[in-house]
Ligand binder design. Structure first.
Ligand SMILES: C[S@@+](CC[C@H](N)C(=O)[O-])C[C@H]1O[C@@H](n2cnc3c(N)ncnc32)[C@H](O)[C@@H]1O
Length: 231
């Protein structure tokens, strides 16, 4: 197969919104109010637990790293080698500006797509993937991304998404049904709740076993981080 025959990685509609202005707003967002700060604190706390369950991996790829919200957490382990990548050059640029210089120094950051990662096979021990999967509504696209993760990690993946079986998901479903009944069309739906049974099946189809998971706020919040082990 020549390079031009190779299938192109999917380009998702939501990926286009990370302009420089949006990236700067994203960096400020998690610090903007007390509620956001508490939410960020809780997310960092379950992310730390997920890394511990993954065996405190030495080589980690933070993908998508966005504005480097998790870089300080990842850098807490002194011998850790940190790779960080994002589809948006603007997010990377803001990350390098707003994070502490001694942390930025530890991170090898580069632009790449989660569907076509610019790293060799088994390049890292763990892929740390926060807040991307809930943007991917198509099972085919999720399978493509998980296949790429299976290629690049040698051991584990920590991955967050929105799942069903909680109050927020039920509320969201009701709202979507109401909108449908009223004939209101959303221009581009770009965030999705994925049923737990379905995503766990997709993980196993991609060659991963669920090692455990951490809920942001059990029975209430949609956010969950899964720790997956490569089979
Ligand atoms: C909601 S942000 C999450 C960033 C970070 N993980 C966090 O939690 O702060 C989503 C990120 O996904 C990135 N992104 C969108 N499409 C992508 C793709 N195909 N491959 C890699 N990153 C992508 C965006 O540029 C953006 O930085």
């Amino acid at each position: 197969m020549t390079e031009s025959d190779a299938p192109r990685p999917p380009e998702l509609e939501f990926s286009k919104k990370y302009t420089l202005e949006h990236s700067q707003q994203y960096a400020d967002k998690h610090e903007a109010t007390l509620a956001r700060k508490l939410s960020d604190w809780r997310e960092q706390s379950i992310a730390r637990s997920s890394l511990a369950l993954a065996g405190n991996p030495k080589k980690v790829l933070d993908l998508p790293c966005g504005t480097g919200r998790f870089w300080s957490l990842l850098a807490q382990q002194p011998n850790r080698e940190i790779f960080a990548a994002d589809n948006s050059e603007h997010m990377l640029e803001v990350a390098r500006q707003v994070r502490a210089p001694e942390v930025v120094e530890r991170v090898k950051s580069f632009q790449t797509s989660a569907f076509d990662i610019d790293l060799p096979d088994e390049a890292v021990d763990c892929i740390f993937c926060m807040r991307l999967l809930h943007h991917i509504g198509s099972a085919e696209h999720r399978a493509a991304m998980l296949k790429e993760f299976h290629r690049v990690t040698s051991d584990t993946v920590c991955i967050s998404l929105w799942v069903d079986g909680n109050k927020q998901a039920r509320r969201r479903l009701k709202l979507e049904q109401k909108r449908k009944a009223a004939g209101i069309k959303t221009k581009h739906q770009n965030r999705f709740v994925i049923p737990r049974r379905q995503i766990e099946y997709e993980f196993s189809q991609a060659g991963f076993q669920v090692q455990g998971y951490f809920d942001f706020f059990k029975y209430f919040s949609m956010w969950r981080i899964y720790v997956l082990k490569k089979q």
